[in-house]
Ligand binder design. Structure first.
Ligand code: NDP
Length: 279
């Protein structure tokens, strides 16, 4: 069994990005990311700090707009509009979840698709669906990079994705299909989930149920990607019961240190790409 070291892979990609950013700066372009955080969700605040730090480390310009939980939808929309036309800003990220009184989809739709470095805008989701180039959701893009890092050819492999969210499950399924895997998408209504998963050469767990994927879900020799991040007694837990899955998997991502670092790295990559295209 080999561990897929997301932290190390991420570090290598960030080195390359730092060089790209330096070159862009010589051409007079500093890639810029605006992050918008509404409310005081502690997990979101931590993610935003990581993103800010990653931008600084890679040489990107970043600004964080921290708004009160009571911020109205109109105020948030006008901020997004302002960022849409701000030349310093190449990428806009609105940290989810938003407070209940705000229509999340309306905010995501308001972001200029050319600055939608999270890949959540319907235009970018649609482009992924029809196979056109656009911004791809960062976690999904990171997962494919991790799978490719194993050197195993995805073509013809049986892939099972557990979870069908717009931000992970659906985009990762599309990307796996694009790479010629035979993909099964599972969710809370899937019958015999363990049996379906046990047929997977590539198993992606994006559920949010700590350690639900036990050894019986894992095929001997499979690639197992654990997206889940749940806090249990102050500790971060994945969706996969690592101690059992590692006995059967050929490659497996740890939590933490697997998918998490890749998500932020892909955000940086998308922002640099946006700056390259739209300067
Ligand atoms: P969602 O809650 O949006 O989706 C969870 C999915 O899991 C749903 O499709 C749901 O099915 C399915 N599900 C729930 N319970 C079961 C079950 N018992 N059996 C089978 N399927 C089930 O979560 P996200 O996609 O946003 O995130 C998933 C996990 O990944 C979370 O732990 C999250 O924190 C983590 N995450 C990690 C990231 C990272 O960078 N490491 C980035 C994004 C997310 P149904 O649709 O039927 O309800």
């Amino acid at each position: 069994m080999s561990i897929i070291d997301g932290k190390a892979i991420s570090g290598q990609i960030r080195l390359g990005l730092t060089e790209k950013v330096a070159k862009l700066k010589e051409e007079g372009i500093t890639p810029g990311l605006a992050v918008v955080l509404v409310g005081d969700d502690p997990a979101s605040a931590i993610y935003v700090r990581y993103k800010e730090q990653a931008c600084t480390d890679t040489g990107l310009y970043s600004e964080v707009h921290r708004l009160d939980a009571a911020t109205t939808q109109e105020t948030l929309l006008s901020l997004v509009e302002r960022l849409n036309t701000d030349d310093k800003i190449h990428g806009i990220l609105v940290q989810l979840p938003l407070p209940n009184h705000i229509d999340e989809m309306a905010i995501l739709r308001a972001i200029n698709p050319d600055k939608d470095v999270d890949g959540f805008h319907v235009i970018n989701a649609g482009k992924l669906f029809v196979g056109e180039k656009g911004f791809v959701a960062c976690t999904a893009k990171g997962i494919i990079t991790l799978i490719k890092s194993t050197g195993i050819d995805i073509t013809g492999k049986t892939a099972v994705v557990v979870g069908r969210s717009n931000i992970v499950g659906k985009p990762v399924s599309m990307l796996l299909m694009e790479q010629n895997a035979t993909v099964t998408m599972c969710h809370s209504r899937t019958r015999d989930l363990a049996k379906v998963c046990a047929g997977a050469d590539i198993l992606v767990a994006a559920i949010g149920r700590p350690e639900m994927i036990t050894g019986e879900y894992v095929k001997q020799g499979a690639i197992v990607i654990d997206v889940g991040t749940s806090r249990v007694d102050g500790k971060l837990k994945g969706d996969v019961l690592f101690s059992e899955a590692e006995k059967k998997a050929a490659f497996i991502t740890p939590v933490p240190g697997g998918v998490g670092p890749m998500t932020i790295t892909m955000l940086l990559e998308n922002t640099v790409e946006a700056a390259k295209i739209h300067g």
